[in-house]
Design a protein. Sequence first.
Length: 343
Amino acid sequence: MTDLGADGADGGPVRHIPVMLDEVLGSLCPVPGEVHVDGTFGAGGYTRAILETGASVVAIDRDPDAIAGGRDLAETYSGRLQLVQGRFSQLDEIARQCGHASVDGVVLDIGVSSMQIDEGGRGFSFQKDGPLDMRMAQSGISAADVVNLAEQSVLTRVLGIYGEEKRASQIARAIVKRREAKPFADTLDLANLVESTVGRKHSDRIHPATRTFQALRVFVNQELEELGAALFAAERILKPGGRLTVVTFHSLEDRMVKRFLADRAGGIGGSRHLPEVATHAPVFVQKKRGAILASEAEAQINPRSRSAKLRTGERTAEAAWTPDFSIFGLPDLDLVRAVRTGR
């Protein structure tokens, strides 16, 4: 996941560059005749590269602007690119609707796209002032709804869990106090409130509001739930030998992918104090253990890649397991979800 205040070395916005493109292609290994799903189309960087190998792509994005921006690419590769507005959590259903009972590869780039950050009107970043929105699908509750309506305890949990903000309670308390006088409407208003609440040192590498904005975006777009569902969907749609490749930008998402691949590797379980217990036969194998990081050369060119981690797994012929969200170790957020229902 990108930081919501991500910028280049000069402090300006970074133009869209596909992160770890060579590594993504190296793990997907697309060839002519294959079908791959790009669950996070964005500006189409991965999709274009896959198409250039001769493979076909089902490209998904929940942002209607991203789909509209990909029309020219679809015309260029007519017959081999199917663009679909939707959630990547439903990528197996979408692939089937596009006529593919199974696919050879799935790639996911988790987080907000550079174009969304750069467009002030979308409210993802405080680099440019804009409405406090952050909705990828441009529908549903907005970040302003959460900030202005959620109880203080809910805000504290949102900031602490989704943003891993150590000063969550302090920031939530300041938000609630300020909104009594004037509701929050734009990004700079909230960013300035957070900065005045927790302070900022000259040595701080990131703006003090970065984690707050990250937390709101992840919550508004249900990103953790979407990622978990997408991993299970990939498990269901990938054919034997199919490759899953996921690029993450934050520890929350990387931890989920790591746990999923470890769990789906199956094998033998049990502790060192108890007899070994046979578990499910593996549905994924990891030919490359651990995360792959961007090269230093890429990090110099594309600052966004500095925090990127790529994990990959290859599908076996075993049947997909029953989805089990408990493997991700996510907290119980029933209280937090109350803001979406108004209760």
